[in-house]
Write a protein that binds this ligand. Sequence first.
Ligand code: TRP
Length: 445
Amino acid sequence: MENRGNFATKLGIIAAVAGSAVGLGNIWRFPYLLGQNGGAAFFLVYLLCVVLMGIPVMMAEMSLGRMGGRNASGAFKALGRPKWSLLGKMGVLCAFLILGFYYVVAGWTLEYTFQAIKFDFIGQTPGDLADSFAAFSTHNIRPIVTAVAFMIITCLVVSFGVKKGIENSSRMLMPILFIFIIVLAIRSVTLPGAMEGLKFLFKPDFGKITADVVLSAMGQAFFSLSIGMGCLLTYGSYVKKDVNLENTSLQVVGVDTLVAVLAAIAIFPAVFSMGLDPGQGPQLVFVTLPHVFNQMPGGSIFAIIFFLLLVVTTLTSTISLLEVVTAYFGEEFNMKRGKASVLASALCVPLVVLASLSLGQLGHIQLFHCNIFDFLDKITSQIFMPLGGLLICIFVGWILPGKDLHESLSNKGKIKLRIWSVFYFLVRYVSPVVILLIFLGQFLR
Ligand code: TRP
């Protein structure tokens, strides 16, 4: 077999998978959905989804990838189930649709890095910050330029291949980001009136749990963990046999959840301290954090480094998304890596342009009561990914022989598995049933 490249070290694989998982999903999407869906109630349902579906699907998907040893679609053929490769193709399509809006928000992080470098936030009130975000994000050209710039950077990294490109960029910057969010969280909870924000986050009002809240929490769990569409399947195919995927999954889920929670602690106390609306939507982070920076000694330097780190974690996520398509084009159509990633990126451009314009000029175009941006977001996280997760559970739990799965996860008995029986039970019975019930819950309203 040709040399597909492998993640070189165990730390490398954890860093790469965590790099994929931790991104805008944690720092931008989780807080804004939490704000819109009733705070602590959403949080609680989210945590349940992570345990009942997130951990099992992540382990299942990565072991599937390692056993198949190919891209999301080819892996099923390699395992002798060519019909199932349709599931992989659905994942590839899903990667495109996600990139369509993810690059737009990624572009916003670039813009905010520039603004931080120019010290633009200084002296702006929360109202000014909201106005300037609205002016930028609804502009016809500026956000498209930053989104395409982000796309080009991603494409360059992916062209250079798995080991050099992905592993090195993930490994060092994560811990630094972590420390930065902790400092931000400390500043936020010490602002006047911060208590209200903490109550909003941690004191659940169970009356707020509706079918909609549950569906968005499940969607967010899939989105934040990068599961259900072949991304971790593709990464799994680069993982060596002796890596313990139990530990990798548990560690990555732990880190991802921690970053999301810390981001929420950095944001909500500040939101309530400023008297802002927690349910204001996608702009939440971009309006709140600059205000928090303004309240910190040395905040403008801190802001520059923070947004730079955000750009990097976002990049490790866009890399993993583009990798799904690149590996697919590369292996199934025999393309060189560079060509495959350029083609995949070029195909994303129209989607990115439409998604960005749908926040301004093209706002009147509605698909199922959503603008194009929200439509791409919802259809991927609330339909494609849970459906993909369901099918992955069925494949891994019911079609793959349990003996083969156990043999691969334990590397023929050389790795001691700690949660095998819980995992296998969840994958077979619990995760698929819960996903189905949440889907059905939509129709029973
Ligand atoms: N999980 C990433 C985040 O939270 C985004 C992401 C990367 C992703 N790869 C993915 C989402 C694959 C869905 C599927 O920002």
